[in-house]
Design a protein around this ligand. Structure first.
Ligand code: NAD
Length: 500
């Protein structure tokens, strides 16, 4: 291994793993194409080793007082805030997104830690005094044990933070399985837990691929699985995890539509389409990939969008630019393949990102912002999640046709409507079959105290991420009915207990 290539390994019980991996994978700097890391991939035996450490740690942590847990969370919040620049730099180096965007990602993750700091209030149960003579009933929420968090490449810091702080606050241990494409941010953030005073073994990072995920899905000591990734894998994780008796929330892929009605502010809409279409090179589950222009505004809107696109700079995320490279060479080739397919299928290629100029290494994984017009619902650039900087404009005659398009799509993650008509917006929020809706807001990622999650093929399971759904997901409720004896015993009664 060259000295420039760092070894990245699991973090177990608060320390780097000392074993020898049977398999490894390469980590790249997408802006140069250079290999920068060699990542250990866990075998099933290594998964068992890590889960055992987490399981052992969960017993004492689950009994740790809420006061102590909250102190650790506040300290962790402070440390992540202090180190956010370093974490953002790790994200840019392995994911490619520009530094400001990486910093934004860490900030959105911090909001979940802040939410979890309120755990004493969030875990309060109910109490009913005197439901029957001298009988009280109350509910409590208890930790599950060990939770697995399996995350995608596109938000290597934020997505783990959607789950880990809440799981920990609720008294669980966690095994994080980050994406093998950009694993370093997860390690850096997990190391801070130790500094914050969390006992060793409560948060662990396990690197790996399908072999590790499959073992986590069948391991008897893994009680819950929070997965985020593409729809086919989300479905697989949900089906296999639940088959093995685990609680599973599996967030999948997306095809997010932004509808622009004729009365919208077209400058606002054009800004939003460019920001949400090309931010993070379109590698966001909340990216807008289908822009639905309700006629007659399409020509004017497209002209405003192309004016803005002409000013976008694509380059190395550490420099001053708007958009970085794609995450890997194969992913860039896949997205370029979709651009070729769109042309083949008859869409009008207005801006071709394959021709762009890129401020970065010659071997970086580049593709510039790309715009298609006159896209129709049968084309693969519409039906498939491309996950790159490709924005497709569909021209439709009416609000009803636009709504029908969105509701016919198998995905239901996010959507947005741009209009100055409050009645139309209100109708849309009521009628659209999508989990997260923006009104004159293009990326409606909810705040941490609400829950994040899509409908249909964008989420498998009953609970969304963070907010109260998160607290419920990471705890089991128990209801206690108690009677403290006094001198007036009721005597024998074999009838079913009622509230008398
Ligand atoms: P991915 O599905 O390839 O990988 C996600 C995780 O699954 C990774 O940890 C990976 O190691 C693991 N994995 C990959 N193949 C596997 C297999 N065959 N069996 C078991 N595990 C496997 O996703 P990605 O490319 O890393 O991320 C992009 C996808 O994630 C997009 O589809 C995007 O929409 C989705 N995403 C969704 C949300 C959401 O909130 N709904 C958020 C972020 C990303």
């Amino acid at each position: 291994m060259s000295t420039d290539i760092k070894r990245i390994t699991h973090l177990v019980g608060g320390s780097p793993w000392t074993g020898v991996a049977e398999r490894t994978s390469k980590v790249y700097n997408p802006a140069t194409g250079d290999v920068t890391g060699e990542l250990d991939l866990a075998s099933a035996a290594t998964v068992d080793e890590v889960v055992k450490v987490a399981h052992d740690a969960s017993k004492a942590w689950g009994q740790t007082s809420l006061t102590k847990r909250t102190q650790v969370l506040f300290a962790y919040r402070q440390l992540v805030n202090e180190r956010k620049e370093q974490i953002a730099a790790l994200i840019t180096a392995e994911h490619g997104k520009v530094l400001s965007d990486a910093l934004g990602e860490v900030t959105r993750g911090l909001e979940v830690i802040e939410f979890a700091c309120g755990i004493p209030h969030l875990l309060k149960g109910g109490f009913s005094e005197g439901v029957s003579t001298k009988v009280d009933v109350y509910s409590i929420r208890q930790p599950l044990g060990v939770s697995a968090v399996i995350s995608p490449f596109n938000f290597p810091a934020m997505v783990p933070m959607w789950f880990v702080p809440i799981a920990v606050a609720c008294g669980n241990s966690v095994v994080i399985k980050p994406s093998e494409k950009d694993p370093s941010a997860a390690n850096a953030m997990a190391e801070l837990w130790k500094e914050a005073g969390l006992p060793d073994g409560v948060v662990n990072v396990l690197h790996g691929d399908k072999e590790a995920v499959d073992r986590l899905l069948e391991h008897p000591d893994i009680k819950s699985v929070s997965f985020v990734g593409s729809t086919p894998i989300a479905k697989y994780v949900y089906e296999n995890g639940t088959k093995n008796g685990k609680r599973v929330q599996a967030l999948g892929g997306a095809k997010n539509h932004m509808i622009v009605l004729p009365d919208a502010d077209l400058d606002l809409a054009a800004d939003a389409a460019v920001n949400a279409g090309f931010g993070s090179a379109g590698e966001r589950c909340m990216a807008i990939s289908a822009l639905v222009a309700v006629e007659p505004i399409a020509d004017e809107l497209i002209s405003k969008i192309t004016d803005r696109m002409a000013k976008l700079k694509t380059g190395d995320g550490t420099r001053s630019c708007d958009m970085g490279p794609l995450v890997t060479g194969p992913h860039r080739d896949k997205v370029s393949g979709y651009v070729a397919a769109g042309v083949e299928e008859g869409a009008e290629l207005v801006v071709d990102g394959r021709d762009g100029e890129f401020d970065g290494g010659a071997d970086g994984f580049w593709l510039g912002p790309t715009l298609f017009d006159k896209v129709t619902p049968e084309m693969s650039i519409y039906t498939d999640e491309i996950f790159g900087p490709v924005l497709s404009v569909l021209r439709l005659p009416s609000y009803d046709a636009a709504l029908d398009l969105v509701n016919s799509n198998p995905y239901g993650n996010g959507t947005a409507i741009f209009t100055n008509d409050g009645g139309a917006a209100r109708r849309f929020q009521n009628e659209v079959e999508v989990g997260m809706v923006g009104i004159n807001v293009p990326i409606p990622v909810p705040m941490a105290y609400y829950s994040f999650g899509g409908w249909k093929n964008s989420l498998f399971g009953d609970t969304h991420a963070h907010g109260l759904d998160g607290v419920h997901f990471f705890t089991r409720s128990k209801v206690v009915t108690s009677r403290w004896l006094d001198p007036s015993h009721g005597g024998i009664n074999l009838g079913f207990p009622t509230g008398d």
